[in-house]
Write a protein that binds this ligand. Sequence first.
Ligand SMILES: *Cc1c(COP(=O)(O)O)cnc(C)c1O
Length: 340
Amino acid sequence: MTINLISDTVTKPTDDMLETMMQATVGDDVFKEDPTVNALEHKVADMFQKERALFFPSGTMANQTAIKLHTQPGEQLICDKYAHVFNYEGGGVSFNSGVSCRLVDGDRGMMTALQVEEAINPPDFYHSPLTSLVCIENTTNKGGGACWNLEELKRIKKVCSKNKLAYHLDGARLWNALVAKGEEPRQYGELFDTISVCLSKGLGCPVGSVLVGSNELMEKALRVRKIFGGGMRQAGYLAAAGIYALDNHINRLAEDHSKAKEIGKTLQNLTFVKQVEPIETNIVIFQVNENLISEQSLVQKLKQHDVHFISMGQGKLRMVTHLDYTQDMHEKLLDTLNKL
Ligand SMILES: *Cc1c(COP(=O)(O)O)cnc(C)c1O
């Protein structure tokens, strides 16, 4: 039994999801004639109470498109130092949009409204880049799946409005935050100009992300998506997986969260584990006591038991629970850890 906790992106479509994909009615989405893509876009826009949504092959492309929409070359965006848009999108912020990132030293990937306000360059001081966008990530990836306090996000929204900054949410794992905190998508739709969400993580789709926003912004996004690589044709087969996942795979994220918490408890009791970061959703980040075992040797040791996870560097190890991580695997993992 292979136990793969490298990421929640390792899932394969369930039989029911595959069946739904096979039955999809499709057309050419580049002509906006794929009814299933159109249905997915309507569904997600409705969930967030936004005017329009656009289907993307990846979260990276959706975020990069949003950044392009909200900025001009030479300008600056504000994000936490852990942000995916800064760390894991290949330098796309500068490559695609000619924009720099002002990094904020937040807590587990989360900034305060005060920190954001302090990071804004004075607009009349022409020597500094003009600040034009604030990017938030919920849940935080490098921050260990932490969920934002909605009140803080509202305070940051006020800072954005006061300073005429656009407000983008990288919601690759927003579904996890919604389930963990009992929140509704429209509460986020009200706050942000654009939101990207992934279908290919906790929701278990093979491919896909969606960007939501106003009609005006999404009209521009269609053009940017074209420039960044173009559209997909009979993408309804993929969109069908998305519709299926939104209907069937959101509430079950709670199971991933409780398994992650149990893994955390087990790790905490192991002598060689120095620290387990607080677990709010499906990501477990922990550190080992380097005098007892190195990160790499723990990864190797568990690999011998067919348990796979990754080192994130700087002494941190990460395990992510997901749809394909079953109860049997969970019991075997806890047992294996306890016997190490
Ligand atoms: C995974 C992820 C993305 C986008 O990832 P893709 O692999 O391009 O779909 C964006 N932001 C965060 C926080 C992520 O975890």
